[in-house]
Ligand binder design. Structure first.
Ligand code: MN
Length: 230
């Protein structure tokens, strides 16, 4: 038996300082992980447990791309995020052990069709149309964990040079080990899994022609240009 057709290979993310790439297996995203962002969206932070949504690995886009303004939306938003790259298996891992499975960290953009996400919330439907769509998971090269420790680094992003989002990583409600430990209670985490850890306040719309520049101190910055709609 042979396949009827070939599928594209998994997306590969460059790794800083290594002649190797990180293949993307799955993409998990944490919701409402900065209090000021939860508030701007009209929500309380759920302090009992983090929650998640997912993106299809083929939604991955590397930094510096120009992507078309996506279909079906008139409120296309940026969300600047710290991304954690998983480098070892983890199932029901304890918080104290969770950092041992982190391969590294990257700047990411969780691009969002906010109007479709809001419609999903209003109608008590899934968020897929708002969150899991082509080119919606943007990522910069991954810095291995030996070269970065999450602390109070600045996380910021601009659109056409104007500041939109500014915060520090110590504002994360759920820490990296808390997220990994909790998520590993529901999935067998595997090398190649990415976790987008949530966005700070200041999310907003972008339009064709806009240029996004995002930074986390100590990591490779991320850039994205929004092209014309198809
Ligand atoms: Mn997000």
């Amino acid at each position: 038996m042979t396949p009827l057709f070939d599928l594209p290979p998994h997306p590969q993310v460059p790794v800083v300082g290594m002649d190797a790439t990180f293949p993307v297996r799955r993409i998990f995203c944490v919701g409402r992980n900065y209090a000021a962002h939860a508030a701007e969206m009209g929500h309380e932070v759920d302090r009992e447990a983090p929650f998640y949504f997912t993106k299809t690995p083929s939604a991955t886009v590397l930094t510096s791309a120009t992507i078309p303004y996506p279909p079906g939306t008139s409120d296309y938003h940026h969300e600047m995020e710290l991304v954690v790259a998983i480098g070892a298996p983890a199932f029901r891992i304890a918080r104290d052990d969770a950092m041992s499975v982190v391969f590294g960290y990257a700047c990411g953009l969780d691009m969002t069709r906010r109007d479709l996400q809001q419609e999903g919330k209003d109608k008590r439907r899934p968020w897929d149309l708002g969150k899991d769509f082509e080119n919606s998971a943007v990522i910069a090269p991954i810095t291995p964990a030996a070269g970065f420790a999450v602390g109070n680094q600045a996380i910021a992003m601009t659109v056409n040079g104007a500041s939109r989002q500014t915060a520090t990583l110590d504002e994360l409600i759920w820490s990296i080990p808390e997220i990994i430990s909790h998520l590993s209670g529901y999935y067998h985490l595997q090398p190649g899994d990415l976790i987008y850890t949530g966005t700070p306040a200041g999310v907003g719309a972008v339009v064709a022609g806009d240029h996004i520049h995002g930074t986390i101190a100590g990591l490779t910055p991320i850039d994205l240009t929004i092209g014309q709609p198809e």
